[in-house]
Design a protein around this ligand. Sequence first.
Ligand code: LMR
Length: 397
Amino acid sequence: WWKSVQPAAKDPILGVTEAFLADHSPDKVNVGVGAYRDDNGKPVVLECVREAERRIAGNLNMEYLPMGGSMKMVEETLKLAYGENSEFIRDKKIAAVQALSGTGACRLFADFQKRFLPDSQIYIPIPTWSNHHNIWRDAHVAQKTYHYYKPESRGLDFAGLMDDIKNAPNGSFFLLHACAHNPTGVDPTEEQWKEISHQFKDKGHFAFFDMAYQGFASGDPERDAKSIRIFLEDGHQIGIAQSYAKNMGLYGQRVGCLSVVCEDEKQAIAVKSQLQQLARPMYSNPPVHGALIVSSILGDPDLKKLWLKEVKVMADRIIGMRTALRENLEKLGSPLSWKHVTDQIGMFCYSGMTPEQVDRLTNEYHIYMTRNGRISMAGVTTGNVGYLARAIHEVTK
Ligand code: LMR
């Protein structure tokens, strides 16, 4: 039956984890996948999550959630993106369902886009998270790209971005990273977001925000929603994919949310029913445990406060590691500029290293990262930063 099947190419991100796990060197370092580690390199379960689990233990039954998932979780999640007092929430203009984390939310949206606007395309930034390409490809939505990153400045290609928005056909779909752009760690400023939003308005484009890192850009989820709030203030009907993988450390729980702003409540009811209809033959309904953890945390003022504190601790540790990596490289006498290590934000540093240099890091130093030169700063610790800097210095000489 399966004679024609060839092995699939390794995933550019998760394939790195596989290779790391297969390496038995005591020196090995994983700065591939974007998954937070404490300063001992250990995965972290947040204290607010532990407490939520204690509270729900015993109360938990294993019944199905509705097709759209936990509405309690969805309600709390919308407040994080749209704001506590959002008029869109008040007026019930948002169609929203629980999704299988950020990936599932993007995929559900891509399938929805294909089903109701089959000839539409999606503009995707270059570079972007590699899975974005897979998601819209498998949903059979045609992909276009837009300029985002300028290698010379290791910053935003704002002029290129604005030109591409202007030159796209009116009413195009754009995928935007709400904050802490993956993989570059480069975000537009508030002023630039305002200009982008105005340009979208002129062109009648649709903005779909992937917000996988809310809290990781500034340490404050509220501030990290700025791009979205700007678009909402300008009256855009946007879509958002939200994820709790990173900011609650619920990676394997697969808990997130897809929301789409509609014209009115009636439209929102229709859109939500169609999103559920898409979910039903794929996975029927989403898992309950992660959703319960999230709603228990966000629905309780004390646990929410603890969560906000813990997000900031994670974000601050990463910022500290940026400084340490840059200082180490400078102390080693690297003639290259490493300013971008501290300028960039979020979980990742887009180092500028070539795939060949990355291969040397892996083969000679057992340091694992994606071949586009992205370093997951969340995997850098006081224990490995010196080793990492020395290896980077050697391969970039
Ligand atoms: C990453 O970019 O490393 C994360 O979003 C994990 C993933 O699923 O790729």
